[in-house]
Design a protein around this ligand. Sequence first.
Ligand SMILES: Nc1ncnc2c1ncn2[C@@H]1O[C@H](COP(=O)(O)OP(=O)(O)O)[C@@H](O)[C@H]1O
Ligand SMILES: O=C(O)C1=C[C@@H](OP(=O)(O)O)[C@@H](O)[C@H](O)C1
Ligand SMILES: [Mg+2]
Length: 199
Amino acid sequence: MKHHSLIFLTGFSGSGKSTIGPLLANSLGYGFIDLDQEIESKAGKSITKIFAEEGEQAFRNLELETLRQLTGKKELVVSLGGGVLENNDCYGLIRENGTLVYLKSSPRSLARRLCNKTDRPLLKGEHGKRLSREEIELKISTILEKREPRYATADLNVQTDIKRIGFTVEELTRKIIRFVRQAEQARLKQQSDNNREKQ
Ligand SMILES: Nc1ncnc2c1ncn2[C@@H]1O[C@H](COP(=O)(O)OP(=O)(O)O)[C@@H](O)[C@H]1O
Ligand SMILES: O=C(O)C1=C[C@@H](OP(=O)(O)O)[C@@H](O)[C@H](O)C1
Ligand SMILES: [Mg+2]
């Protein structure tokens, strides 16, 4: 059964899911889980090592396996990894079980935030070579073009390019509280209509 208070944050690497997620959860009075951190603690190694030692498909299998354990929960914010929605099974689980929220950022902002980081295996060159900011921005644009259609199906979205993190948290808190309240009211109305029809 879908719980609208099971909130999944999606968006490309660097959009702020892992930073904003715990702040948003605290602001809502919800629990918080970072899917990548769950996977790393289960695997006992970093995502970079999982990619290097077991390959990307092994990581994607761990994403699905970990996500499955979250279905049925409520009043919980889950920060997804940027590639989760590409897996049809993951996408289906998320749509059937909770509310999808998209943190939108431009390739330029994402590249600026990520250019000094070394923990995104997909944003490295041949043999793990570090890329320049321009090369990272190009790589982001290419991958984002493929992923945008699924990101864009989210129930709610927020632009994070030129917004301080605190404002994004406040905006998302307001939007989510309103969305969850309206969804629950609609569900209760549907239930009472169904009961009336049975009488
Ligand atoms: N709105 C923002 N403005 C400026 N920097 C941000 C913003 N959101 C995230 N960041 C920074 O970008 C980097 C990636 O953030 P992170 O939360 O890890 O993103 P994700 O989990 O979506 O990959 C971090 O260094 C974070 O501090
Ligand atoms: O875009 C992706 O496919 C990935 C994004 C990462 O998470 P963040 O979006 O939190 O960086 C992490 O799951 C892994 O490196 C793969
Ligand atoms: Mg993250």
